[in-house]
Design a protein around this ligand. Sequence first.
Ligand code: SAM
Length: 289
Amino acid sequence: MTVAINQTNFTKYQPFVKWVGGKRGLLSQIIPLIPKEFNNYFEPFVGGGALFFELYSLGLLKDKNVYLFDINTELINTYNVVKNNPTELIKNLKEFKAKHSKEFYYDVRAWDREEGFSKRGDTLRATRFIYLNKTCFNGLYRVNSKGYYNVPIGSYKNPNICDELVIYNASEALQKATILNASYKDVILHVKKNDFVYFDPPYYPLTPTSSFTSYSEFNFLDKEQIELFEVFKKLNKKDVFVVHSNSDTEFIKNLYGEFHIEEIQANRFINSKSSGRGKISEILVRSCL
Ligand SMILES: C[S@@+](CC[C@H](N)C(=O)[O-])C[C@H]1O[C@@H](n2cnc3c(N)ncnc32)[C@H](O)[C@@H]1O
């Protein structure tokens, strides 16, 4: 089977959140490098799930089991609500859209400081998550040391708070997916020979201060990258196809020196200043060709 397909025709299913490090802009470079054939699909750092939604759009996940993991509890709750309760979610988002203001943003942002936050229910928490994602500064997800969301409001004139079609389509794509709030390490409990695992972890920083790695209260620095490498090797030994995106740094290239490394060009936005935009090279490591 050949997968050299022009992606622009197949974007019916798309991420329902903006996500830092999201892979939408890189799909045309990633798709030709994935295994031509595989059994089940695993995306253990799912974030916005750009590759999952693209593979689904391309019909490459038909009759396969799909496992999506993320350590971010609120994100995974939102995936489950999009999957199981899109209609109530959309109704809530329309209400939030009508109420949107600076004051409303900061009221909603403060919900996670309340003791009864979890009692608000899954659908309202998911509404909050999407609302904040669409209205906050640059779609960032960042929490402080207590786990409280702390991103300021963005300066959008007309933020797209309720994208009904994207949510209904995402819900359809997720119907058969297993969605887990778990560490990527749990992938080992589920994979079998000839499965495909796509690792897209928080990137190793280009410089000590350059990269955004705090997607949650869990850091992802040298120690965590080395642990991920150990999992990569274990999966390779089990004849699982592993593809891993990361920054083009000596640290990562030395770690994965024995595997196949491709450079890809990304239009990245890292800093809050516009000077932080531009083309930078990233790498894609493959366990086999
Ligand atoms: C680079 S982003 C993934 C972006 C995604 N590929 C996309 O297209 O939007 C990395 C994700 O890994 C998650 N993460 C960080 N540490 C993790 C861990 N130990 N296990 C699972 N997920 C983790 C973060 O919450 C974040 O969503």
